[in-house]
Write a protein that binds this ligand. Structure first.
Ligand SMILES: C[S@@+](CC[C@H](N)C(=O)[O-])C[C@H]1O[C@@H](n2cnc3c(N)ncnc32)[C@H](O)[C@@H]1O
Length: 226
């Protein structure tokens, strides 16, 4: 199989697809993640410090703008929310107003944050990433000590070199590192900054994998078990 590197994948019509839903509002985020994002941020706010939310593959950023509106002005001086969205395609629906709302056009495979986040999310974005396990490992180091990470994740998109799904051995490895994965809701997450070290080496991705459980064409990621 001809596996793609990140540059080729990011130019692929599957990733630069205009039919995918980039416009979810906050209720859609709450539904897809199984939490109330704004309540989660309020609960994590500490006196005198902004609470920080990073949304990877944020699409238009509608949900982030809505959260910024709801949280803006709460928490007193220096205690507001700082919300950062990152997407490969800069189709943002809101005008950024830093530091409260920053929308960044970049690939999450190369972008790095400047400080830890209390909440990191990725709503239906991991489906389009090449090295999904590598991104999960980096996210582990981007969280605050008691921060929360939550994302939609289809474990069947992680394939071994022969094409078989990495399956139960992968979910067992993930759980041994404190990662929660629910195969029914296809949500992945964990609490707290951590070093995630998985015995998989990334080989490349396949943008011809066809539709996944969302009904949209998605990307399979190939790994060598080592
Ligand atoms: C299905 S959309 C979801 C958008 C948003 N989270 C929502 O729910 O409305 C997936 C998003 O992932 C973005 N994306 C794909 N590959 C990316 C990459 N390497 N870095 C950053 N964003 C990426 C796409 O541009 C797209 O906006």
């Amino acid at each position: 199989m001809n596996l793609l590197d990140d540059d080729a994948l990011e130019r692929s019509s599957v990733v630069a697809n205009c039919r995918m839903n980039r416009e979810r509002r906050l209720p859609g985020y709450n539904r897809e993640l199984g939490i109330d994002v704004v309540d989660t941020l309020r609960a994590r706010r500490r006196a005198g410090e902004p609470v920080r939310w990073l949304d990877l593959c944020c699409g238009t950023g509608y949900a982030l703008g809505q959260a910024a509106d709801l949280l803006g002005g709460e928490g007193g001086e220096g205690g507001e929310a700082e919300i950062v969205g990152v997407d490969l395609v800069g189709f943002f629906a809101r005008t950024p107003c830093p530091p409260r709302l920053r929308l960044i056009t970049a690939s999450v495979t190369t972008w790095r944050p400047e400080h830890p986040f209390d909440l990191i999310t990725c709503v239906h974005g991991l489906h389009y990433i090449g090295d999904k396990l590598g991104l999960l490992a980096r996210i582990g180091t981007w969280l605050a000590d008691d921060g929360l990470f939550l994302a939609n994740f289809d474990v069947r998109a992680i394939r071994l070199e022969g094409g078989a799904p990495a399956g139960r051995r992968l979910t067992t490895s993930l759980r041994s590192q404190g990662v929660r994965y629910d195969g029914r809701t296809r949500r992945i997450g964990w609490t707290g900054r951590r070093l995630i070290d998985l015995p998989y080496r990334y080989r490349g991705s396949d943008d011809q994998a066809g539709p996944n459980y969302t009904g949209q064409p998605a990307v399979n990621s190939y790994y060598e078990y080592c």
